[in-house]
Design a protein around this ligand. Structure first.
Ligand code: ADP
Ligand code: MG
Length: 407
C-alpha cells in the first residue's frame, strides 16, 4: 500500500468473464489486480493481500456484496469499496451507498474510461483521507506536547518563585537575627568584664549602673528583633502553606464578609476611618472561606497602614455583584493611592514601602496566590497617586467548576 508500489485492486464477482475483462483493462493501466469468485473468497483474499481498492458485485452465491461491504467497512474503513452491479439492482445500489460504498458502476460496463476515472477518484480520495488522518494525528501530538511544555513551564515558574521566596526569607530574617547576635555578644562581653571587676572587688557603683542600662537596652533590642524574625517566619509559613488543604464549604458571602469586618473592628478603634459592605443577600459560594478571610484582612490592613497613612479620614467600600457563575468583588479605599512602581510591584514577594517599620512585603503576594490558585479567580488593581486604590476581584462561586490550564 505504500505509494511506490502499484495500487492493488481486488475484484469480487461470480462471473468470470466480468472479472477477467476488468482485470485486463486495469492491468493495462499499471494496477495489480486480484480476483475472487464470491464474497467469502473475496474476504479471504482481502485479509491476505490488503488491496488498496475493492470492486464488488452485489448478487453472488454464498456471501453477497452487501455482506462483503459490511465486513470490509468494519475491518478496514479506510479502504475504498466500489459496487459493480447489474442494471436491475438499483435499489441494492442505493442500499450499498447508504452502507458506505464509495461509488457504483452498472454492468455491463460500456465505457471503461468511466471505470478508470472512478477507480482513480476513489484511490485519490483514500490517499487524501489517509494524509488528513496523519496530519490530524501529528497535530494532536504537537498539541499534547504543547500542553506538557506549558505545564512544565508553569511548574518551573512556580519553583522559581518559591526559590526567590526562600532566598528572600533568608535575606529578610538575616537582618534581625544579625542584630540579635551582635547585641547578645556585646552583652556577654560586658557581663564578663563586670564579673572580673566584681571578683577582684573593684566594681564601682557606676560600673553596675552602666551595665544595667546596657543590659536593658540590648535585651529590648534582642526581643524586638526576634519578634520581627518570628513575624517573618509566620508570614512565610502562610505563603508556603498548602492552600489546597484548606477547608472548602458552602457559605453566605454577605454574612461572612460582615463577620470578617467584626474581627477587624479593633483595628479601626480610635481611627476616623470607616468600612462598608454592599453585598446582595443570599449569595452563596462553595469555596474557601479561610482564603477570603486572609485576602480581606490583608486588603483592609493595607488600606489602614499604607492607604490612610496621611492621617485624613478614609473610607473603604466593598461591593459585591453576582455575574453568571462568578462574583465580582470590588474593594475600594479613598487613600493616598500608588505610583507606577508600587502598582507594578505590589504582588512581588518582599516588595514593601514600609521596610523597617513593620512591612514584610508578603501580604499582597499571599493575596495574589490565594485569589489565582486557591480561588481560581483573578485580581486587577486600578490606582494612581492621590486617587485611592481599587482592587477588582473575580471569584468563581465554585472553584472546582473552573476549567483552567493549571499544573
Ligand atoms: N491600599 C493601599 N494603598 C496604598 N498602597 C498600598 C495599598 N496596598 C498595598 N500598597 C503598597 O503595596 C506594598 C506591598 O503591600 P504588601 O504586600 O501588603 O506588603 P506590606 O504591607 O508588608 O508593605 C505596600 O508596601 C504599599 O506600598
Ligand atoms: Mg500588607
Amino acid at each position: 500500500m505504500s505509494p511506490e508500489t502499484q495500487p492493488a485492486i481486488l475484484t469480487i464477482d461470480d462471473d468470470q468473464s466480468v472479472r477477467e475483462s476488468l482485470a485486463n483493462f486495469l492491468e493495462d493501466f499499471g494496477f495489480e489486480v486480484l480476483q475472487a469468485g464470491d464474497g467469502e473468497e473475496g474476504l479471504e483474499v482481502f485479509a491476505a493481500h490488503r488491496p488498496d481498492l475493492v470492486l464488488v458485485d452485489l448478487r453472488m452465491p454464498r456471501m453477497d456484496g452487501l455482506q462483503v461491504l459490511a465486513r470490509v467497512r468494519e475491518t478496514a474503513p479506510e479502504i475504498p469499496i466500489m459496487v459493480v452491479s447489474g442494471a436491475g439492482d438499483i435499489r441494492d445500489v442505493v442500499e450499498a451507498l447508504r452502507r458506505g460504498a464509495w461509488d457504483y458502476l452498472v454492468k455491463p460496463i460500456q465505457d471503461m474510461n468511466i471505470l478508470l476515472h472512478s477507480v482513480q477518484t476513489c484511490l485519490d480520495r483514500a490517499r487524501l483521507l489517509r494524509q488528513n488522518r496523519e496530519y490530524q494525528k501529528s497535530l494532536e501530538e504537537s498539541l499534547e506536547k504543547l500542553h506538557r511544555t506549558q505545564k512544565e513551564m508553569i511548574h518551573s515558574a512556580k519553583m522559581a518563585a518559591l526559590g526567590d521566596l526562600v532566598a528572600g526569607v533568608a535575606h529578610e530574617v538575616n537582618t534581625p537575627i544579625g542584630v540579635c547576635v551582635t547585641a547578645s555578644s556585646f552583652l556577654s562581653e560586658r557581663t564578663r568584664q563586670l564579673r572580673e571587676l566584681y571578683e577582684k572587688g573593684e566594681m564601682k557603683r557606676s560600673d553596675l549602673e552602666k551595665y544595667l542600662a546596657l543590659a536593658e537596652e540590648s535585651s529590648a533590642s534582642v526581643l524586638t528583633n526576634l519578634e520581627r524574625a518570628a513575624e517573618l517566619v509566620q508570614s512565610f509559613k502562610k505563603v508556603a502553606a498548602d492552600q489546597s488543604s484548606e477547608e472548602k464549604r458552602v457559605f453566605d458571602l454577605r454574612s461572612y464578609l460582615e463577620q470578617i469586618l467584626v474581627s477587624l473592628r479593633p483595628q479601626f478603634k480610635r481611627t476616623p476611618h470607616t468600612v462598608h459592605v454592599d453585598c446582595p443577600e443570599g449569595l452563596t459560594l462553595d469555596s474557601y472561606p479561610g482564603a477570603i478571610m486572609q485576602i480581606m484582612t490583608n486588603l483592609v490592613m493595607n488600606s489602614l497602614v499604607h492607604g490612610f497613612s496621611d492621617g485624613l479620614p478614609g473610607e473603604i467600600l466593598i461591593k459585591v455583584e453576582s455575574v453568571g457563575d462568578d462574583v465580582a468583588l470590588s474593594y475600594r479605599d479613598t487613600g493616598v493611592g500608588m505610583d507606577k512602581e508600587q502598582r507594578e510591584r505590589i504582588y512581588d514577594p518582599f516588595y514593601t514601602t514600609k521596610r523597617g517599620s513593620g512591612g514584610t512585603g508578603l501580604g499582597m503576594n499571599i493575596v495574589y496566590n490565594l485569589v489565582t490558585q486557591t480561588l481560581k479567580g483573578s485580581i486587577l488593581l486600578e490606582t494612581a497617586p492621590g486617587q485611592g486604590a481599587v482592587f477588582l476581584l473575580t471569584l468563581p462561586r465554585d472553584p472546582d467548576k473552573v476549567e483552567a490550564v493549571q499544573a
